[in-house]
Design a protein around this ligand. Sequence first.
Ligand SMILES: [Zn+2]
Length: 188
Amino acid sequence: MKEKNQRDSMTRNEARTSYEETISKSWKVLWKQNVNQKLKVFMWKSLHGALPVRELIFNRTKQGNPMCAGCGEREETIEHMMFQCKKAKEIWKMAPVQWEGLEHLTGCFMKWWSAILEAQESRGEAVQVNVTINILWQIWKARNEREFNQKEREPHKAIEKAQKEWREFEEANKGMEPRKITQETEVQ
Ligand SMILES: [Zn+2]
């Protein structure tokens, strides 16, 4: 019995450690990612369930409407807003980056993001990841435009903006961050 308890608590500790490791690793990689600071903060909030989507606000304050304003069909969680809503799907359909085979992970943003980071590590897809962060940001911006200004952004406009902002940031920071990442990869 005692042994079993020890084993159980060990499994629990291991599970917790691995989750904490995932979070800590996601954060480290995110920090090094060659994207604007505001996008890092946005990603950090999303990964920690702190992005103020309707469901979150409703659960905290018991006020407002938890339903998504984009489709009116589901509660607006972070995952719904980013992937599952038809409004998000319209944007993803036009995206230059497609993460095929990860659709089953879109119910948990942290899992989806971890899988993307693994792809980046194994295949060196830093550019695709940076563009992806920009797309997520534009999905959020389009959502806010709808939420606060009652305006609909066309999906292709969101993609154009994501690519433009990514390119501008790359241009402005040429030769800085990527070099650091390469060095670290070589050390490993
Ligand atoms: Zn929706």
